[in-house]
Design a protein around this ligand. Structure first.
Ligand SMILES: Nc1ncnc2c1ncn2[C@@H]1O[C@H](COP(=O)(O)OP(=O)(O)OP(=O)(O)O)[C@@H](O)[C@H]1O
Ligand SMILES: [Mg+2]
Length: 251
Protein backbone atom coordinates (compact mmCIF):
# COMPACT_ATOMS: atom_id res chain seq x y z
CA UNK A 1 0.00 0.00 0.00
CA UNK A 2 1.17 3.44 -0.80
CA UNK A 3 0.63 6.25 1.69
CA UNK A 4 -0.71 9.34 0.00
CA UNK A 5 -1.74 12.81 0.75
CA UNK A 6 -5.24 11.49 0.46
CA UNK A 7 -4.93 9.96 3.92
CA UNK A 8 -6.80 12.71 4.97
CA UNK A 9 -9.37 12.39 2.34
CA UNK A 10 -11.77 13.30 5.14
CA UNK A 11 -10.73 10.59 7.57
CA UNK A 12 -12.98 8.00 5.95
CA UNK A 13 -12.19 4.30 6.26
CA UNK A 14 -13.02 3.45 2.64
CA UNK A 15 -13.27 5.90 -0.24
CA UNK A 16 -14.05 5.59 -3.94
CA UNK A 17 -12.88 8.90 -5.39
CA UNK A 18 -14.05 10.05 -8.82
CA UNK A 19 -14.62 6.46 -9.94
CA UNK A 20 -15.37 5.83 -13.60
CA UNK A 21 -15.74 2.30 -14.91
CA UNK A 22 -16.36 1.38 -18.52
CA UNK A 23 -16.62 -1.96 -20.26
CA UNK A 24 -15.64 -1.17 -23.82
CA UNK A 25 -18.00 1.56 -24.98
CA UNK A 26 -20.40 0.99 -22.06
CA UNK A 27 -19.92 3.50 -19.25
CA UNK A 28 -21.19 1.89 -16.03
CA UNK A 29 -19.82 4.17 -13.32
CA UNK A 30 -19.73 7.83 -14.14
CA UNK A 31 -17.76 9.77 -11.55
CA UNK A 32 -18.84 8.12 -8.30
CA UNK A 33 -17.60 9.61 -5.03
CA UNK A 34 -18.32 7.17 -2.23
CA UNK A 35 -17.19 7.33 1.39
CA UNK A 36 -17.57 5.01 4.35
CA UNK A 37 -16.59 6.02 7.87
CA UNK A 38 -15.20 3.58 10.45
CA UNK A 39 -18.02 1.57 12.04
CA UNK A 40 -20.57 3.13 9.70
CA UNK A 41 -23.29 1.11 7.96
CA UNK A 42 -24.28 2.45 4.56
CA UNK A 43 -27.00 1.03 2.34
CA UNK A 44 -26.93 1.24 -1.45
CA UNK A 45 -30.15 1.08 -3.45
CA UNK A 46 -31.05 1.81 -7.04
CA UNK A 47 -32.69 0.25 -10.07
CA UNK A 48 -31.34 -2.84 -11.83
CA UNK A 49 -28.27 -2.00 -13.84
CA UNK A 50 -27.56 1.22 -11.89
CA UNK A 51 -23.97 0.12 -11.22
CA UNK A 52 -24.26 -0.96 -7.57
CA UNK A 53 -22.46 -4.30 -7.93
CA UNK A 54 -19.88 -2.71 -10.19
CA UNK A 55 -19.12 -0.13 -7.49
CA UNK A 56 -18.76 -2.95 -4.95
CA UNK A 57 -16.41 -4.75 -7.34
CA UNK A 58 -14.29 -1.63 -7.67
CA UNK A 59 -14.16 -1.17 -3.88
CA UNK A 60 -13.33 -4.86 -3.36
CA UNK A 61 -10.63 -4.92 -6.02
CA UNK A 62 -12.37 -7.28 -8.44
CA UNK A 63 -12.36 -4.47 -11.00
CA UNK A 64 -9.79 -1.74 -11.47
CA UNK A 65 -11.53 1.60 -12.08
CA UNK A 66 -11.05 3.03 -15.58
CA UNK A 67 -10.20 6.31 -13.85
CA UNK A 68 -10.43 7.35 -10.21
CA UNK A 69 -9.04 5.81 -7.05
CA UNK A 70 -9.88 3.72 -4.00
CA UNK A 71 -8.48 4.54 -0.56
CA UNK A 72 -8.56 2.36 2.54
CA UNK A 73 -7.47 3.73 5.89
CA UNK A 74 -5.97 6.66 4.03
CA UNK A 75 -3.78 4.60 1.70
CA UNK A 76 -4.24 4.34 -2.05
CA UNK A 77 -5.24 0.71 -2.71
CA UNK A 78 -6.38 1.17 -6.31
CA UNK A 79 -3.75 -1.20 -7.70
CA UNK A 80 -4.32 -3.94 -5.10
CA UNK A 81 -6.32 -6.92 -6.35
CA UNK A 82 -9.20 -8.54 -4.48
CA UNK A 83 -7.01 -11.04 -2.61
CA UNK A 84 -4.66 -8.30 -1.46
CA UNK A 85 -7.57 -6.13 -0.33
CA UNK A 86 -9.03 -9.07 1.57
CA UNK A 87 -5.75 -9.41 3.49
CA UNK A 88 -5.95 -5.79 4.61
CA UNK A 89 -9.52 -6.12 5.82
CA UNK A 90 -11.93 -5.60 2.93
CA UNK A 91 -14.26 -8.61 2.55
CA UNK A 92 -17.27 -9.05 0.31
CA UNK A 93 -20.18 -11.35 -0.39
CA UNK A 94 -21.35 -12.07 -3.94
CA UNK A 95 -24.81 -11.30 -5.31
CA UNK A 96 -24.80 -14.79 -6.82
CA UNK A 97 -23.32 -17.09 -4.16
CA UNK A 98 -20.06 -18.71 -5.20
CA UNK A 99 -19.24 -21.52 -2.77
CA UNK A 100 -16.72 -24.25 -3.51
CA UNK A 101 -19.48 -26.80 -4.12
CA UNK A 102 -17.44 -29.93 -3.51
CA UNK A 103 -16.14 -28.70 -0.15
CA UNK A 104 -18.01 -28.69 3.13
CA UNK A 105 -19.38 -25.50 4.64
CA UNK A 106 -16.56 -25.54 7.19
CA UNK A 107 -13.90 -26.09 4.54
CA UNK A 108 -15.30 -23.15 2.57
CA UNK A 109 -14.85 -20.97 5.65
CA UNK A 110 -11.41 -22.37 6.36
CA UNK A 111 -10.20 -21.46 2.89
CA UNK A 112 -11.54 -17.95 3.45
CA UNK A 113 -9.86 -17.64 6.85
CA UNK A 114 -6.48 -18.96 5.69
CA UNK A 115 -6.15 -17.92 2.05
CA UNK A 116 -8.33 -14.84 2.28
CA UNK A 117 -7.60 -13.65 5.79
CA UNK A 118 -4.08 -14.99 6.27
CA UNK A 119 -5.00 -16.74 9.53
CA UNK A 120 -3.50 -20.08 10.54
CA UNK A 121 -4.02 -23.00 12.89
CA UNK A 122 -6.25 -22.61 15.93
CA UNK A 123 -6.98 -18.97 15.15
CA UNK A 124 -8.32 -19.84 11.72
CA UNK A 125 -10.35 -22.71 13.16
CA UNK A 126 -11.86 -20.54 15.90
CA UNK A 127 -12.63 -17.75 13.45
CA UNK A 128 -14.57 -20.24 11.28
CA UNK A 129 -16.51 -21.58 14.26
CA UNK A 130 -17.41 -18.03 15.36
CA UNK A 131 -18.46 -16.99 11.85
CA UNK A 132 -20.59 -20.09 11.32
CA UNK A 133 -22.20 -19.71 14.74
CA UNK A 134 -23.04 -16.08 14.07
CA UNK A 135 -24.54 -17.00 10.71
CA UNK A 136 -26.48 -19.89 12.26
CA UNK A 137 -24.68 -22.44 10.13
CA UNK A 138 -22.77 -24.51 12.66
CA UNK A 139 -25.28 -27.35 12.34
CA UNK A 140 -24.54 -27.66 8.60
CA UNK A 141 -20.76 -27.24 8.95
CA UNK A 142 -20.07 -30.73 7.56
CA UNK A 143 -22.44 -30.52 4.61
CA UNK A 144 -21.12 -30.12 1.10
CA UNK A 145 -21.84 -26.59 -0.02
CA UNK A 146 -23.43 -27.75 -3.28
CA UNK A 147 -26.28 -29.34 -1.28
CA UNK A 148 -27.32 -26.05 0.36
CA UNK A 149 -30.45 -24.15 -0.55
CA UNK A 150 -30.31 -20.47 -1.56
CA UNK A 151 -30.74 -19.05 1.95
CA UNK A 152 -27.89 -21.13 3.36
CA UNK A 153 -25.73 -20.29 0.35
CA UNK A 154 -26.28 -16.62 1.12
CA UNK A 155 -25.49 -17.22 4.79
CA UNK A 156 -22.33 -19.03 3.73
CA UNK A 157 -21.32 -15.99 1.66
CA UNK A 158 -21.58 -13.92 4.83
CA UNK A 159 -19.80 -16.53 6.98
CA UNK A 160 -16.93 -16.78 4.50
CA UNK A 161 -16.53 -13.02 4.39
CA UNK A 162 -16.52 -12.88 8.20
CA UNK A 163 -13.99 -15.70 8.46
CA UNK A 164 -11.39 -13.48 6.78
CA UNK A 165 -11.45 -11.18 9.83
CA UNK A 166 -12.51 -8.01 7.99
CA UNK A 167 -12.77 -4.38 9.04
CA UNK A 168 -15.18 -3.66 6.20
CA UNK A 169 -17.92 -5.92 4.90
CA UNK A 170 -19.27 -5.32 1.40
CA UNK A 171 -22.59 -7.15 1.10
CA UNK A 172 -24.37 -7.62 -2.21
CA UNK A 173 -28.03 -8.59 -1.84
CA UNK A 174 -27.65 -11.16 0.90
CA UNK A 175 -31.28 -10.57 1.90
CA UNK A 176 -32.96 -11.33 -1.42
CA UNK A 177 -35.81 -13.84 -1.15
CA UNK A 178 -35.94 -13.98 2.65
CA UNK A 179 -39.11 -14.41 4.71
CA UNK A 180 -39.87 -11.75 7.35
CA UNK A 181 -38.49 -13.98 10.09
CA UNK A 182 -35.31 -14.65 8.13
CA UNK A 183 -34.93 -10.96 7.38
CA UNK A 184 -35.28 -10.18 11.10
CA UNK A 185 -32.57 -12.73 11.83
CA UNK A 186 -30.32 -11.14 9.27
CA UNK A 187 -30.90 -7.69 10.76
CA UNK A 188 -29.94 -9.05 14.20
CA UNK A 189 -26.78 -10.63 12.77
CA UNK A 190 -25.74 -7.40 11.08
CA UNK A 191 -26.39 -5.48 14.31
CA UNK A 192 -24.04 -7.86 16.15
CA UNK A 193 -21.38 -7.22 13.52
CA UNK A 194 -21.78 -3.51 13.90
CA UNK A 195 -21.42 -3.93 17.64
CA UNK A 196 -18.07 -5.57 16.95
CA UNK A 197 -16.89 -2.48 15.12
CA UNK A 198 -17.29 -3.59 11.52
CA UNK A 199 -18.09 -1.03 8.87
CA UNK A 200 -20.68 -2.23 6.38
CA UNK A 201 -21.74 -1.42 2.84
CA UNK A 202 -24.95 -3.26 2.04
CA UNK A 203 -26.61 -3.34 -1.37
CA UNK A 204 -30.19 -4.48 -0.98
CA UNK A 205 -33.53 -4.11 -2.72
CA UNK A 206 -35.52 -4.82 0.47
CA UNK A 207 -35.45 -1.19 1.54
CA UNK A 208 -37.57 -1.61 4.70
CA UNK A 209 -35.05 -4.16 6.01
CA UNK A 210 -32.05 -2.11 4.96
CA UNK A 211 -33.17 1.06 6.70
CA UNK A 212 -33.48 -0.78 10.01
CA UNK A 213 -29.72 -1.27 9.94
CA UNK A 214 -28.03 1.52 8.04
CA UNK A 215 -27.60 5.08 9.20
CA UNK A 216 -26.93 6.37 5.70
CA UNK A 217 -28.49 5.49 2.38
CA UNK A 218 -27.01 6.03 -1.07
CA UNK A 219 -29.16 5.79 -4.19
CA UNK A 220 -27.51 5.12 -7.54
CA UNK A 221 -28.99 5.54 -11.00
CA UNK A 222 -27.25 5.13 -14.35
CA UNK A 223 -23.78 4.97 -12.84
CA UNK A 224 -24.12 7.99 -10.59
CA UNK A 225 -24.99 8.66 -6.98
CA UNK A 226 -28.23 10.64 -7.11
CA UNK A 227 -28.86 10.87 -3.34
CA UNK A 228 -26.73 10.30 -0.24
CA UNK A 229 -27.89 10.99 3.30
CA UNK A 230 -30.19 9.95 6.12
CA UNK A 231 -32.41 7.06 4.97
CA UNK A 232 -35.66 8.89 5.68
CA UNK A 233 -34.50 11.84 3.61
CA UNK A 234 -33.19 9.74 0.72
CA UNK A 235 -36.35 7.63 0.36
CA UNK A 236 -38.43 10.80 0.24
CA UNK A 237 -36.20 12.43 -2.38
CA UNK A 238 -38.06 13.16 -5.62
CA UNK A 239 -35.23 11.90 -7.86
CA UNK A 240 -35.02 8.66 -5.87
CA UNK A 241 -38.78 8.12 -6.08
CA UNK A 242 -38.66 8.74 -9.81
CA UNK A 243 -35.67 6.50 -10.50
CA UNK A 244 -36.32 3.70 -8.06
CA UNK A 245 -39.04 3.61 -5.46
CA UNK A 246 -42.19 4.64 -7.19
CA UNK A 247 -41.20 5.64 -10.67
CA UNK A 248 -39.54 4.08 -13.69
CA UNK A 249 -37.25 1.85 -11.58
CA UNK A 250 -40.06 0.11 -9.70
CA UNK A 251 -40.49 -3.55 -10.57
N1 LIG B 1 -18.16 -7.38 -16.59
C1 LIG B 1 -19.04 -6.66 -17.28
N2 LIG B 1 -18.94 -6.50 -18.61
C2 LIG B 1 -19.83 -5.75 -19.30
N3 LIG B 1 -20.87 -5.10 -18.73
C3 LIG B 1 -21.02 -5.23 -17.41
C4 LIG B 1 -20.12 -5.99 -16.61
N4 LIG B 1 -20.52 -5.92 -15.31
C5 LIG B 1 -21.61 -5.14 -15.31
N5 LIG B 1 -21.91 -4.73 -16.56
C6 LIG B 1 -23.02 -3.87 -16.94
O1 LIG B 1 -22.98 -2.76 -16.09
C7 LIG B 1 -24.30 -2.31 -15.77
C8 LIG B 1 -24.43 -2.23 -14.27
O2 LIG B 1 -24.38 -3.55 -13.75
P1 LIG B 1 -24.38 -3.84 -12.19
O3 LIG B 1 -24.30 -5.32 -12.05
O4 LIG B 1 -23.33 -3.04 -11.53
O5 LIG B 1 -25.82 -3.29 -11.76
P2 LIG B 1 -26.60 -3.39 -10.39
O6 LIG B 1 -26.95 -2.00 -9.98
O7 LIG B 1 -25.82 -4.21 -9.43
O8 LIG B 1 -27.95 -4.14 -10.82
P3 LIG B 1 -28.84 -5.24 -10.05
O9 LIG B 1 -29.74 -4.49 -9.10
O10 LIG B 1 -29.63 -5.88 -11.16
O11 LIG B 1 -27.94 -6.21 -9.37
C9 LIG B 1 -25.25 -3.29 -16.45
O12 LIG B 1 -25.66 -2.71 -17.66
C10 LIG B 1 -24.38 -4.50 -16.69
O13 LIG B 1 -24.85 -5.24 -17.79
MG1 LIG C 1 -26.11 -6.03 -8.55
Amino acid sequence: MQETAASGVDGSLLVGAGVHKSFGALSVLDGVNFTLAANEAVGIVGPNGAGKTTLLNVLAGAYRPTTGAVYFEGADVTTLDAAQRCRIGIARSHQIPRPFGGMTVFENCFVAATTGGGLAGQRAYQCCVDSLKLCQMLHVANRRAETLGLLDRKRLELARALATGPRVLLLDEIGGGLTDEEANNLVETIQVLRGRGLAIVWIEHIVHVLIRVVERLVCMDAGRIIADGKPEVVIADAAVIDAYIGGRGAS
